[in-house]
Ligand binder design. Structure first.
Ligand code: FES
Ligand SMILES: [Fe+2]
Length: 415
């Protein structure tokens, strides 16, 4: 086992099993961040790398990150997808420094060590030296100096990897019920429509919490509420995996019991504003139900998104203790017509970093990061919907999924 996984954690003075609030220090302490790399990202978790459709042919690769670790996802001659740590076994140069490409093998630019698409070291420049002098000795074991290969799982076109031999198979990791909601969204062969990337001025966990925090959706995102994507009076609910680690929050165009406060807010805003282009809120039902909004998290940092017809996977990459990068892969289906394609792009632009939703999430993450620095002993409180991690039918006014995330975090951190 990675030694860093057993090194002692800083004392957080946090009662065992408590997920009713979080010490701010977890968002700001570089020592905690280092432990997370070992215990979460290099620990027993599945991490998103890419979509199968992004690397369709032998030799196609995409580079990405699991936590701080650079990783290459590459399809080999047999069609198998391999995940390799993108760090030369010689002196650690990035082996592959482009985002995408197609290669027959990987050549490290520094001293030209060569690796095949399974990460095996196949060539060392000047291995016999020059003129019989220098070079490698007989003792050098070429087989022991490949690129580190990770376990790979594919599911419905998603490609994920784990460092840990003990991580349960992906379907068991996420659990049958939440697996079904991935099936619901990634229902047909996928087509990548484009990418957004957004730098968030906050610790990675603040964005993960934000995705699990269904309570804020109709309050912070006033556009959602005003124009009917998410309102507190809509049907839907929260599902949480048995482990607490993963969740689904969804809304349906089915009204539930009256919520006078919510209705008043909606009515007054609706009276003031209307869209010049109402097609922005057009929703072509395509997934066999009336769900308008479905946000699903896979611990630690993957989000599968359906907002009306805007489909995407969001991958969060930590970039130090107070910064993260959110990478959106915007999706459609292979058989989309032009009108559907335009609709998907329009709504994705609306909710993406330059629109009215993700910009707001990034902004509040920055607000919290700012205050978290001040006093690491102070704590958040997470009281909405009780103190456990129970699912909720009909109401999204609960922080149960956020508490579930902290259970997962504590499970992995051994805290
Ligand atoms: S660092 Fe890659 S060959 Fe030397
Ligand atoms: Fe949000």
């Amino acid at each position: 086992m990675d030694d860093a996984r057993t090194a002692p954690l800083p004392d957080l003075a946090w009662r065992p099993g408590d997920v009713s609030g979080v010490p701010y220090r977890v968002y700001t302490d570089p020592a905690i961040y280092a432990h997370e790399q070992a215990r979460i990202f290099r620990g027993p978790t599945w991490n998103f790398l890419c979509l199968e459709t992004e690397i369709p042919a032998p030799g196609d690769y995409k580079t990405t990150f699991i936590g701080d670790t650079p990783v290459i996802a590459v399809r080999d001659a047999n069609g198998t997808i391999n995940a390799l740590v993108n760090r030369c076994a010689h002196k650690g140069s990035l082996v592959c420094y482009k985002p995408f490409g197609n290669v027959a093998e990987f050549n490290c630019v520094y001293h030209n060590w060569v690796y095949d698409l399974r990460g095996r070291l196949t060539g060392v420049a000047f291995r016999r030296g020059v003129g019989g002098k220098g070079g490698l000795t007989e003792a050098f074991d070429q087989d022991a100096h490949g690129l580190e290969a990770l376990r790979v799982a594919t599911y419905r076109g998603l490609v994920l990897a784990t460092f840990d031999a003990g991580t349960p198979a992906f379907p068991d990791y996420i659990g049958a019920e939440l697996l079904g909601s991935i099936d619901r969204v990634l229902i047909k062969p996928l087509k990548v429509l484009g990418y957004h990337s957004q730098i968030l001025p906050n610790n990675w966990k603040l964005y993960v919490e934000n995705n699990k925090d269904s309570y804020h959706a109709s309050l912070l995102h006033v556009f959602h509420n005003t124009f009917g994507v998410v309102r507190p009076t809509m049907g839907g609910g929260i599902r949480i995996s048995e482990s607490g680690w993963h969740h689904l929050s969804y809304t349906e165009r089915v009204p539930i019991a009256d919520d006078e406060i919510g209705r008043e807010k909606v009515r007054s805003l609706k009276d003031q504003y209307q869209l010049d282009d109402p097609s922005l809120m057009e929703h072509r039902l395509e997934l066999g139900d009336t769900v308008t909004n479905s946000i699903q998290t896979v611990f630690p940092t993957l989000v599968v998104q359906q907002i009306l017809n805007a489909l995407a996977v969001r991958q969060l990459v930590p970039k130090g203790v107070d910064r993260s990068e959110l990478i959106w892969t915007v999706l459609g289906f292979e058989d989309d017509d032009t009108a559907m394609l335009e609709l998907r792009l329009k709504v994705n632009n609306l909710v993406g970093p330059a629109g009215f939703v993700s910009m707001e999430d990034g902004c509040v993450g920055g607000f919290i990061q700012e205050t978290a620095k001040a006093d690491g002993r102070a704590r958040t409180v997470l009281p909405m919907g009780g103190s456990g991690i129970e699912p909720s039918q009909g109401s999204r006014v609960t922080e149960a999924a956020v508490r579930g995330f902290w259970k997962g975090w504590r499970d992995c951190m051994g805290l």
